[in-house]
Design a protein around this ligand. Structure first.
Ligand code: FES
Ligand SMILES: [Fe+2]
Length: 427
């Protein structure tokens, strides 16, 4: 593994970061090894694979991964690479299959990853191939939290529950507000953006600052106030959690919902149930956007979207985005949320277009020799933040702050330097 010292690339205590981290090919390779091959990564929502034999093709970093629900109902994940000559086994995005046949020479794998058929096994291999040893390589650990399926290639990584740690309560605010949780619906959007994966990850982690500026035209469409429906000046801190996870919040009485009647009525009607499920902390904050380190983000502002920033080289990502809804929501609310997902955050979404334009320019300006040598400013609110027992993380004293950026990149640097899970514990 590559462990070039990354400490000099950021100074989270003083609030600086080198522009080069968004373009340098060697740094990107080190990220794939030290971050994407070690962290728990979001694979899919359980509602994407509800039945035995269902599968979903995704990536962990740049590795293709096949998520399956086997014939016994058990969810697993495997490197989607044929053990014979390395072909990609499953080419479909999703579906239902009892077996996966490699297109090259026909090696066939079950939904549990086992190698179950090899053409000419008797004649060409003289029955000497031990098929029990040549199944698809399983992802080292697979687990789920409230319907969110994650995997890690690192057998030594902590449990998913420990990895998420204090972020679990914040996730509940998105995915477990009502009995039954949420489900994804309406397929998914996938599209390419020429930007580094960290720009969207840090944006969803902690960039309140850009909303009133970048999204002004979108806000003026009146589809979203962009700063809260009930109160144009919402409260709510950034909250930086362990393992680099970050959340943005509104004040407890501020709403992030679009001014759409059925959605507002629905939210009002479920509020007592939501508050009871979430407990007393909900009377302090209303979480609205977040990033689980490194590349899984979600929001409840305007749209209900969860997305993975799939890295595709230092200057390219694929955005994979789902719209989700409370399972218990009535059809008219579901329909408004579906439309909201398209209007706000999608390839053609008014807010998404603003963001993509900025992220790609922030990346492309690092192509130049002078541009990439810049130290960028990441010091907003430095010294005006502190640990909050009540929130279980570091809160900014004002909602516009880069405290979460610093939390994200402080963790990024530790992982890049190859810190062990033991060393990372409690950070
Ligand atoms: S590469 Fe898959 S069967 Fe040969
Ligand atoms: Fe934005």
């Amino acid at each position: 593994m590559t462990t070039a010292d990354a400490s000099h690339l950021i100074d989270a205590d003083k609030g600086f970061i080198d522009h080069a981290v968004f373009i340098d090919a060697a740094i990107y390779q080190q990220e794939l090894e030290q971050i994407f091959a070690r962290c728990w990564l979001f694979l899919c929502h359980e509602s994407s694979i509800p039945n035995p034999g269902d599968f979903f093709s995704t990536y962990m970093g740049e590795d293709p991964v096949l998520v399956t629900r086997d014939m016994n109902g058990k969810v697993g994940a495997f490197l989607n690479v044929c053990r014979h000559r390395g072909n990609r086994v499953c080419r479909a995005d999703a579906g239902n299959a009892s077996a996966f046949v490699c297109a090259y020479h026909g090696w066939t794998y079950g939904s549990d990853g086992k190698l179950i058929a090899v053409p000419s096994l008797k004649e060409a291999y003289y029955d000497e191939l031990d098929t029990s040893k040549w199944g698809l390589v399983p992802v080292a650990q697979v687990d789920s939290y409230k319907g969110l399926v994650f995997g890690t290639f690192d057998p030594n990584a902590p449990s998913l529950s420990d990895y998420l740690g204090g972020a679990k309560w914040y996730l509940d605010n998105f995915f477990d507000r009502r009995e039954g949780g949420v489900e994804v619906f309406g397929g998914m959007h996938k599209w390419v953006v020429p930007c580094n994966w960290k720009f969207p990850a840090e944006n969803f982690a902690g960039d309140n600052y850009h909303v009133a500026w970048s999204h002004l035209s979108a806000i003026r469409t009146n589809f979203s106030t962009g700063s809260g429906v009930k109160n144009p000046n919402p409260k709510g801190p950034n909250v930086g959690l362990e393992n680099g996870h970050c959340m943005l919040t509104f004040g407890p009485d501020d709403s992030a919902d679009p001014p759409v009647g059925p959605i507002l009525d629905y939210e009002e009607s479920i509020r007592p149930e939501v508050e009871e499920r979430l407990g007393p902390r909900r009377s302090l904050v209303n979480p609205i956007v977040g990033t689980i380190f490194p590349n899984f983000s979600f929001l409840r502002t305007t749209s209900r979207s969860m997305r993975v920033w799939q890295p595709r080289g230092p200057d390219k990502i694929e955005i994979w985005a789902w719209t989700y809804v409370d399972k218990a929501a009535p059809p008219e609310v579901r329909e408004e949320i579906r439309k909201g997902g398209i209007y706000g955050f999608s390839p053609s979404g008014s807010f998404e277009q603003d963001d993509m334009d900025n992220w790609q320019e922030c990346t492309q300006t690092a192509q130049g020799v002078m541009g990439r040598s810049l130290r960028l400013h990441m010091g907003m609110g430095l010294g005006h933040e502190g640990y909050s027992e009540e929130l279980g993380g570091f809160e900014s004293h004002f909602r516009n702050s880069e405290s979460n950026h610093r939390n994200f990149y402080r963790h990024w640097a530790r992982m890049m330097n190859g810190a062990s899970w033991g060393e990372l514990q409690g950070c």
